[in-house]
Design a protein around this ligand. Structure first.
Ligand code: NDP
Length: 336
């Protein structure tokens, strides 16, 4: 059973903020799965900030997207034809060929997931790479210790909304977060359990951070970089730890971006600043998923998804996420 499918191609390398014209929705036909292959109908696909980096032709920890070819990324789908007994028709699977309606791929490149106990989207959010990023950052990269004050930027997003809650579970005495706009600021406190929040669009981050963390910060989980990193360095207590997770304020930059001009404070304060990539922390996945599944089941870990429907809206979902239209994880739903 061959299928007609649509997939999103990158057709031009964006300069600055990507434009819809940098992408094309292309129709294609996929063949029957051969031996050892499966044909998957994607139900959910993920759009993530790291994809912006892959749109550039620069060397990184992950290969750039090729021009004129489908982009890829996380997806959860249903097997509709199978050439491998270990992954039967009807199975829900997690895999890496997102940005398309259907995927033909080796059975060994998919992981069968249980979507009866948890919604499929959770595997692209709290029970997947997103949740593990928050957990690895706060346990191995910049470990939270009992009584710490923790600051999270990008706090209303996918990683950030989980990081704040995990910080508390790991022993933080005070957790503060930063996000864009009054509504997100409100939700950080009322829905995601932050003790206090900053709307960075109100400006003077250093002053705002001093107000919500008057005794300083022990652990900073940095999703944003730039001014946020500068303000955090100013607020850090001696021996503070900074997990450099991302720098989304710079992803659309068209030239080199200077580092924080107060970095020298890290010397006197004996700070550790450590970058990390979630893929290097896969050994934590089992432990994390066990703990997070329990917290999700008993309502102690709250997650949110912002859902956009249809492959034709996948690019606009990505662009909207980069501009902050999401709370929690931005996902594209292709079926159902
Ligand atoms: P989010 O769900 O947080 O979405 C991106 C958010 O970034 C937007 O909602 C927006 O929120 C915020 N944002 C956009 N531009 C700016 C800006 N100029 N200044 C401040 N905030 C901005 O995405 P993720 O949770 O998936 O990713 C968060 C960060 O973590 C990213 O930097 C990403 O690259 C990084 N990451 C790193 C990983 C690793 O292995 N190191 C793995 C996964 C993610 P707002 O409305 O608040 O502005």
């Amino acid at each position: 059973m061959s299928v007609t499918s649509r997939e999103v191609h990158l057709i031009a390398r964006p300069v600055g903020e990507p434009a819809p014209t940098d992408f094309a929705l292309v129709e294609t036909t996929l063949a029957d799965p051969g031996p050892g292959q499966v044909l998957v109908r994607n139900d959910w696909i993920s759009v993530d900030p790291y994809m912006r980096g892959r749109m550039n032709d620069t060397k990184s920890y992950v290969a750039p997207y090729a021009l004129g070819a489908p982009m890829d990324g996380g997806a959860v789908g249903t097997v509709i034809a199978s050439g491998d007994d270990s992954v039967p028709v009807g199975a829900s699977v997690l895999h890496a060929l997102g940005w398309r309606e259907h995927a033909l791929l080796p059975a060994e490149a998919v992981r069968v997931v249980d979507t009866t106990a948890v919604p499929a989207g959770a595997y692209l959010n709290a029970l997947g790479m997103i949740g593990l990023t928050a957990y690895a950052g706060l346990t191995e990269v910049a470990p939270v210790r009992e009584g710490d004050v923790v600051f999270v930027s990008g706090a209303a997003g996918a990683v950030g909304s989980i990081a704040g809650q995990l910080a508390r579970k790991l022993g933080a005495s005070r957790v503060v977060g930063s996000a864009g706009g009054p509504e997100k600021k409100r939700r950080l406190v009322e829905e995601f359990g932050y003790d206090a929040a900053i709307d960075y669009r109100e400006g003077d981050l250093e002053k705002q951070l001093a107000e919500v963390a008057p005794d300083g910060v022990d652990v900073y989980f940095d999703n944003v970089g730039g001014d946020h990193l500068r303000a955090a360095i100013a607020a850090m207590r001696d021996h503070g730890r900074i997990a450099l997770c991302g720098a989304i304020s710079q992803y659309n930059a068209t030239g080199p971006v200077p580092g924080p001009d107060n970095l020298f404070l890290a010397v006197g304060k004996r700070l550790s600043l450590r970058g990390f990539i979630v893929g290097d922390h896969g050994h934590l996945m089992g432990e994390y998923v066990r703990r997070a599944s329990g917290w999700l089941a008993d309502g102690e870990l709250r997650t949110e998804e912002t859902v956009v429907d249809g492959i034709d809206n996948a690019v606009s979902a990505f662009l909207a996420m980069m501009r902050g239209a999401n709370t929690g994880k931005m996902l594209v739903r292709l079926t159902g």
